[in-house]
Design a protein around this ligand. Structure first.
Ligand code: NDP
Length: 292
C-alpha cells in the first residue's frame, strides 16, 4: 500500500495526516513538532481551531523544508462569501507563515446561506488559479451539498473531509465522493467523537476491533487507521500524547485481511456522533476569525 494518495488534480497527499482540533495553542507547537519528528508530513488544522500560528511555528522549528510538509487548513463559515474567503486565505497563510497552502477546504456547508458557500468556493477556485493553494476542497458536505456546489462551480473538490470511523461509515457520502473523483478524508478516524463527548460506546473498546488488534499485535487505534488506509481514504488522527502520536504513525508494517476489513465495515451503526452538518447556521456558529 502506498503512503501517498493522488488528488484529482495530480497533487500528492500523504494519506496519513496529523489533526489538531481541540489541541490548545499552548500544546500545539510541541504536538506538531513531535508529529513531524515521528515522520508525519501532513498537518490538518483550521482557522476555527485557533492554533494555525502554533502549527506554523512547529513547521519552522522542525527544520524541514516547507515543500516537505503538506499543510491543510479550513475556511470558517463566518468568512464565507467571495471577498471574505479570499481574505480568509490571507489570514490563515499569515498565521501559518506560509506563502502557499497545499489544501484549503470549506469547513462546513452552510445550507441556510448556500449562496455564500458557493461564493466562498469560487474564491478558492481563484486562489487555485493564482497558485496560492495547490488544491481545494470541502468538509462535511453531504451528497446534496456536492450536487448543488458542482452545479454552480467548475473545479471538482479534491477532498471531502467527513466524520468516518467504524461506527459511522457514511457509505453514501463515500460513494458520492468516489463517483465525482473526490478523495474522502476521515475526521475522527479512530472514533474520537465516540469517546471525547460523554455517552455512547467508544470505538476504542469495541470487541471486534480488539480481536483484530490482538491477532496482529497492534492497538485498536492502529487497526482503525489501517482500515481507512487500505480502503483508500486519507485519515488525520489527533493526539497530544507523545506515545500515541508515534503509535498512530506506526501503521505501515502490517496488513488487514479482506475478512477483517469486512468485519470492521459491519460495525457501522449508521448514526452520526458529531454535529449534524445541515444544522449549522451563522447565528449559532458564526464566530469571527481574528486577523493575523
Ligand atoms: P480522533 O479520532 O483523531 O481521536 C482523537 C482522540 O483520541 C483524542 O482524545 C486523543 O487523545 C485520543 N487518541 C489519539 N490517539 C490515540 C490512541 N492511539 N489510543 C487512544 N486514544 C487516542 O478524533 P478527532 O475528532 O480529533 O479527529 C481528528 C482530526 O480530524 C482533528 O484533530 C481535526 O484535524 C479533524 N476534525 C475535523 C472536523 C471537521 O468538521 N472537518 C471535525 C473533527 C475533527 P490525546 O490527544 O489526549 O492523546
Amino acid at each position: 500500500m502506498t503512503t501517498h494518495l493522488t488528488l484529482n488534480n495530480g497533487v500528492e497527499l500523504p494519506a496519513l495526516g496529523f489533526g489538531v482540533f481541540q489541541t490548545a495553542p499552548a500544546e500545539t507547537v510541541v504536538a506538531v513538532e513531535a508529529a513531524l519528528r515521528t515522520g508525519y508530513r501532513h498537518i490538518d488544522t483550521a482557522a476555527a481551531y485557533g492554533n494555525e500560528r502554533e502549527v506554523g511555528e512547529a513547521i519552522r522549528r522542525s527544520g524541514l523544508d516547507r515543500s516537505e510538509i503538506f499543510v491543510e487548513t479550513k475556511v470558517w463559515i463566518s468568512d464565507y462569501g467571495y471577498d471574505a474567503a479570499l481574505h480568509a486565505f490571507e489570514k490563515s497563510a499569515a498565521k501559518l507563515g506560509v506563502g502557499q497552502l497545499d489544501l484549503l477546504i470549506l469547513h462546513q456547508p452552510l445550507p441556510t446561506d448556500f449562496h455564500l458557500t458557493i461564493d466562498a468556493y469560487r474564491a478558492l477556485e481563484q486562489l487555485l488559479a493564482d497558485g496560492k493553494v495547490r488544491a481545494i476542497g470541502v468538509s462535511n458536505f453531504m451528497r446534496e451539498n456536492l450536487d448543488e456546489l458542482l452545479g454552480a462551480t467548475s473545479v471538482v473538490p479534491a477532498v471531502n473531509q467527513i466524520e468516518i470511523h467504524p461506527y459511522f461509515a457514511q457509505r453514501d457520502v463515500l460513494a458520492a465522493d468516489a463517483e465525482r473523483g473526490i478523495l474522502s478524508q476521515a475526521w475522527s478516524p479512530i472514533g474520537g467523537i465516540t469517546f471525547y463527548r460523554t455517552g455512547g460506546t467508544s470505538t476504542l473498546d469495541d470487541p471486534t476491533i480488539a480481536g483484530i488488534a490482538a491477532a496482529h499485535g497492534k492497538t485498536a487505534a492502529q487497526v482503525m487507521l489501517r482500515w481507512h488506509l487500505q480502503e483508500g481514504r486519507s485519515a488525520i488522527p489527533k493526539s497530544v500524547t507523545p506515545h500515541r502520536i508515534e503509535e498512530n504513525f506506526d501503521v505501515f508494517g502490517f496488513e488487514l485481511t479482506e475478512a477483517e476489513l469486512r468485519a470492521i465495515d459491519a460495525l457501522d451503526e449508521g448514526v452520526r456522533r458529531g454535529p449534524e452538518p445541515a444544522s449549522l447556521t451563522l447565528e449559532t456558529a458564526g464566530f469571527k476569525i481574528p486577523e493575523a
